[in-house]
Design a protein around this ligand. Structure first.
Ligand code: ZN
Length: 247
């Protein structure tokens, strides 16, 4: 679009906006219209599930994935793309968008959608077919050192998930002091804004379990721990947290 400064100001005048705003620099196409390349860079896409949507049956059904991944997770991606289009957040990484908007009430919509995109991607990877049970290796030792035993970790994780009032998430994290910790967060909140490194998460929003478990959230949490947890994913997050701390 070709628009001279004069015609741009005339346009503002026509819209009832006077030139008293005081433009001190030349208005050019470059700072009115984003280029197509810039627009393409800002677009997030819905990640594929790391397994087939039937892979976690009978515990989590394909129908749940159709809604939870295909509708809910997708809606967060679509909303985020709309909200950041033509803003100074366009072109940033998902993590940077989350950290820049956290705690800013005027950016709550962007934060909620960006964090929910991150949380859901992290949640799909926190599960695998034939998962669950006790971890092994260094992560198992760290769980024993931080909680006393695996059973004590399970008790804390079940309690966090069951007592998160309304919508939210239960997490296993590396806290700022290096110890492992179980936490819960409300709505879209997530550990990275508190300087914690997430190792594992469970979505305890009703949309995560209602089709398969109805109102039995404690059964959903127990099934996650016994049958679904991807401890290899948690262990790789633990290894990268330790490498980062050592660097
Ligand atoms: Zn969810």
């Amino acid at each position: 679009m070709q628009l001279s400064r004069r015609s741009f100001l005339a346009l503002l005048g026509g819209l009832g906006i006077t030139s008293a705003i005081g433009f001190s620099r030349t208005i050019t196409d470059a700072n009115i219209q984003p280029t197509i390349t810039e627009a393409a860079m800002t677009t997030f896409t819905l990640p594929e599930l790391p397994y087939a949507k039937t892979a976690l049956e009978p515990f989590i059904s394909a129908q749940t994935f159709d809604f939870h991944h295909g509708k809910h997770h997708n809606a967060y991606v679509v909303n985020l793309n709309k909200l950041i289009e033509n803003t100074d957040l366009a072109g940033l990484s998902l993590e940077d968008i989350i950290l820049k908007t956290a705690g800013d009430a005027s950016k709550a919509g962007v934060f909620n959608n960006a964090a929910q995109v991150w949380n859901h991607t992290f949640f799909w990877n926190s599960m695998k077919p034939s998962g669950g049970g006790k971890p092994s290796g260094e992560l198992a030792s760290a769980i024993d050192a931080s909680f006393g035993s695996y059973d004590k970790f399970v008790e804390e994780f079940k309690n966090a998930g069951a007592t998160q009032f309304g919508s939210g998430w239960a997490w296993l994290v590396v806290d700022t002091d290096g110890a492992l910790k179980v936490t819960k967060t409300a709505n879209a909140e997530l550990p990275m804004t508190k300087g914690q490194k997430a190792l594992l998460t469970l979505d305890v929003w009703e949309h995560a379990y209602y089709l398969d478990f109805q109102n039995r959230r404690p059964d959903f949490i127990a099934t996650f721990l016994d049958k679904l947890v991807n401890w290899e994913f948690a262990a790789s997050n633990f290894a990268s947290a330790k490498a980062k701390k050592a660097a």
